[in-house]
Ligand binder design. Structure first.
Ligand code: GTP
Ligand code: MG
Ligand code: NA
Length: 442
């Protein structure tokens, strides 16, 4: 977690040997992503620290969250999914608004976390030591660079102090638990990455034995709903606890009503690859937590991303489960204007829809919303937005965030006079809307 552009995704790219960040629209993360790092990769990457890592965990599932201010809900969801967190701070910018928001979310949930003090390579005069442990890298620096680093570190420690938190470089920290550990890193040249991985795993193993112990009860969140060639509509989930099996009966939140279906296949991305990136899949008969999984099943077309998945057991009350899966959807529906006047908004997931609604409600924006949709814009969405043509013509608009518009929908919109504004960056929608309204007024 952390402020926008602190380097969260880039750190993961450095660990995975991938380049997800440069493929993101505007270079910002707008979705939760998940990556499985197997223990052997962590062991390899931490070799130089000669810990021959006493790794008692099979691996680590890492969740990447957006830092942009509009995505508080996804940061909140991310923080609720994790056992332990890495708060990423940009050493050149120090603590920023979403750094503080993130640390408050973590404190609120009593989630243990460490600080990655990233972009150390940006310190003027820094000599790169590719993928080196931090202590080794800092020894190679001139006295000037060391002084600059210590000065910046001291400023950041003071800022944490202002938030009521004691911090210390992890290798000097004698009171882990009382005092927050800082691991300096560079996502570009890899300094401190071995330290970050090793410290994370060792500390988790030491302090969280009970919490990390596997629990039976299934806890599972739907992150995305995607059409995949050869598989139809699938859902990407994070399994936090419990076990899923092929053939399990599951219930997920649907746009209109709960969806009851049966797991046809359980697929995972290859280790060290991110769930958001297309690739080939591994098949499983059953999967234990924690994992990021793609589920194929019938009837998932209207599944709502960002909600909980339930597995139906032999003694479960189906009605209670159905009610519980629809709770998240109801909270979003309650944000729609009661007057029935406002624009129609469409987004790819419940999470991004919530973020968009939050953004549209903010004091600087204030655009009323009369209807919502999730997934691609279809003809039915145009029909719904078209209702405004009678009521309030300038509201006959669809703000489409990070979703496709079908050709038929586009044609119908042109015929009816419904405007569609598409953007893959949340605040660009506001610019498009504002320009349009100004033009109308002229
Ligand atoms: P959001 O997900 O949008 O909140 O941002 P993020 O925290 O994931 O940051 P991201 O990985 O997108 O990096 C932002 C920019 O900082 C990119 O241009 C990166 O190349 C750059 N960057 C990230 N880490 C480092 C680093 O350690 N050193 C340097 N020099 N640049 C970095
Ligand atoms: Mg990112
Ligand atoms: Na970014």
């Amino acid at each position: 977690m952390g402020h926008v552009d602190a380097g969260k995704t880039k750190l993961l790219d450095c660990i995975r040997g991938t380049n997800v960040q440069e493929g993101e629209a505007g270079g910002i993360t707008q979705q939760i992503g998940a990556t499985y790092l197997p223990a052997e990769n962590i062991r390899e990457r931490t070799m130089e620290l000669r810990a021959d890592a006493q790794l008692n965990v099979p691996g680590v599932l890492v969740i990447d969250t957006p830092g942009h201010e509009s995505f508080t809900n996804l940061r909140s969801r991310g923080s609720s999914l994790c056992d332990i967190a890495i708060l990423v701070v940009d050493i050149t910018h120090r603590l920023q608004p979403q750094t503080i928001e993130s640390l408050n979310l973590l404190r609120m949930r009593n989630t243990e976390f460490i600080v990655a003090l990233n972009k150390v390579d940006r310190i003027s005069g820094w000599k790169k030591c590719k993928n080196a442990p931090f202590v080794k890298a800092i020894r190679q620096q001139t006295e000037d660079v060391k002084d600059l680093f210590n000065m910046k570190l001291a400023e950041i420690k003071t800022q944490f102090q202002d938030q009521g938190l004691n911090t210390e470089l992890y290798y000097k920290n004698k009171e882990k638990g009382e005092c927050l550990s800082i691991v300096p890193t560079s996502a570009i040249s890899g300094e401190g990455i071995p330290d970050l991985l090793l410290f994370l795993v060792q500390w988790a193993q030491k302090t969280m034995v009970e919490k990390l112990t596997y629990v039976d009860k299934v806890q599972c969140t739907v992150l995305e709903v995607k059409v995949i060639e050869g598989h139809g509509t699938t859902i990407d989930v994070v399994l936090v606890n419990g076990e899923l099996h092929e053939g399990d009966q599951i219930v997920v939140c649907g746009l209109q009503e709960p969806i009851v279906t049966t797991v046809r296949a359980l697929l995972t991305s290859h280790p060290m690859k991110e769930s958001r990136v297309k690739g080939t899949y591994l098949h499983h008969k059953k999967i234990k937590a924690a994992q990021s999984i793609k589920i194929t099943a019938q009837g998932l077309e209207h599944a709502v991303a960002g909600t909980c998945l339930h597995v139906v057991g032999p003694d479960d009350d189906m009605d209670a489960i159905k009610n519980s899966v629809m709770e998240d959807m109801e909270s979003v529906m309650s944000r729609i204007e009661k007057s029935g006047e406002g624009v129609y908004v469409q987004a790819s997931t419940l999470g991004s829809l919530e973020a968009l609604l939050e953004f549209l409600k903010s004091p600087a924006v204030r655009i009323p919303v009369s209807g919502i949709g999730i997934g691609p814009v279809h003809k039915k969405d145009i029909m719904k937005a078209g209702v405004m043509l009678e009521k309030k013509k300038e509201d006959a608009i669809i703000l489409a965030f990070d979703v496709k518009v079908t050709t038929e929908a586009r044609e119908l919109a042109d015929d009816m006079g419904v405007k569609i504004f598409c953007a893959d960056i949340i605040y660009h929608l506001f610019d498009l809307y504002k320009d349009y309204i100004e033009k109308i007024k002229e």
